[in-house]
Design a binder for this molecule. Sequence first.
Ligand SMILES: Cc1cc2nc3c(=O)[nH]c(=O)nc-3n(C[C@H](O)[C@H](O)[C@H](O)COP(=O)(O)OP(=O)(O)OC[C@H]3O[C@@H](n4cnc5c(N)ncnc54)[C@H](O)[C@@H]3O)c2cc1C
Length: 412
Amino acid sequence: MSDEVIHILGAGLSGLAAATILAKAGRNVTVHDIRKDSGARFDGDFQGLENWTQSSDFFDEMREWGLDPDGFRSTDFKQMDLAHPDDTITIPQSPRLAFRIVERGTDEHCIDQGFKRMAIKAGAEIRYGSKVDPETCTIIAAGPKKTSAVAFGEVFRTSHPDHVTFQLNDKLAPGAYSYLIVIQGIGLICTCLWRKQKQSNRYLNETIAWYERMYPDLDREPIKRVGGMGDFSLPNSYYHDGKYYVGEAGGLQDFMWGFGMRYAITSGVHAAQTILNGGGQEYDARIRSTLLPSIRTSATNRLLMNRIGDRGFKRVATYWMKNQEKTGDGLLFMERLYKPGLFRRMLWPITKQLLLRKVQLTDGRTARRMPFRKALKRDEWEMSVRANEIAEEWKSIRSSGGRVSFGENDTA
Ligand SMILES: Cc1cc2nc3c(=O)[nH]c(=O)nc-3n(C[C@H](O)[C@H](O)[C@H](O)COP(=O)(O)OP(=O)(O)OC[C@H]3O[C@@H](n4cnc5c(N)ncnc54)[C@H](O)[C@@H]3O)c2cc1C
């Protein structure tokens, strides 16, 4: 067995998944992260681990790979509220487990810390605050570089029971969606912006006002504001010049909704397994055969979503519910959205042309990147009276110590 140290750039989900598998196989692994801890890119926000892009349950997959899904807190959901653009609320549900909510950040129960503990237990060394030349690393797992979309949210205390609402609304979340998640007395209201805006806080304030109106028993007590950016791109190669590109650093992200955790962990596992057996070309081939088809399909879905606005969102929500009535399983609609059927495969050349821009990467590869779209005329509107009050309320919380871990000027 080789004594050579395998260096990994980035101690996020993809890098730590790879480190765990490699260290368990007896390899010497050092993970470098520029930040002070795993999860420090995030700040206690909730994220959804989806269960619809692959046919198997994700936690079963993790166990098969030798990763421990019980090492961090997760909450199972079989249903959620779906808010249509006309404020109708319906309930997609499934007899199966549809998704899990996990927390991102540096607290002990966060998924990032669970993965950190797994990697250390397996024998990997992690160096935080470590700036190294990517050229010295075999696995590049450093997360997003550029911005294709952003999300802003507010974390608050509430007495509301555990709950998830997913809202399709082109005004409050331009081109995308907003969501409310409550787990164990902590809530998050988040809006995603798939079109670049000035004064992005306006969207969050108005979104909070909307949730307050629809869920009067939310009794929000704001704690902090959080957010982040997403990088959506399709490189011409996932293995280049001796380096394996995993997770968001490899552009492995869902273009439609931004669900990237499952792709990140899965690609980290593939990288480690092919380093142990098969090599870089095998890694590239595996990504192309297992992950790329649903990612490409999500890009075509994104192209369609970009064109439709609220009338189209309403049609999507109505079709989803009709499909559920017919099949008895709301998850089937989501699974179908990610299946590369004939229609979406035929649209792929158009998606490439209209949605993506060819760019040269500094490491010598090329990629097709989804640029952050410009704002539209309809994105100009005045905040409601309640949204203005929420903005003022936040200003005073902030001046008395309320944290902001991602601001409107953080979009590179
Ligand atoms: C606000 C928001 C909400 C999201 N919601 C969801 C969701 O609900 N469901 C979902 O599946 N996905 C969601 N995502 C996407 C998901 O967070 C990412 O796809 C996933 O974290 C990517 O994992 P990764 O390992 O590639 O990167 P990360 O987990 O971000 O890890 C990258 C690591 O690399 C480190 N790093 C960066 N640069 C360097 C460097 N030069 N040297 C060393 N280290 C470096 C960083 O500090 C970080 O620790 C969301 C993203 C955002 C921003």
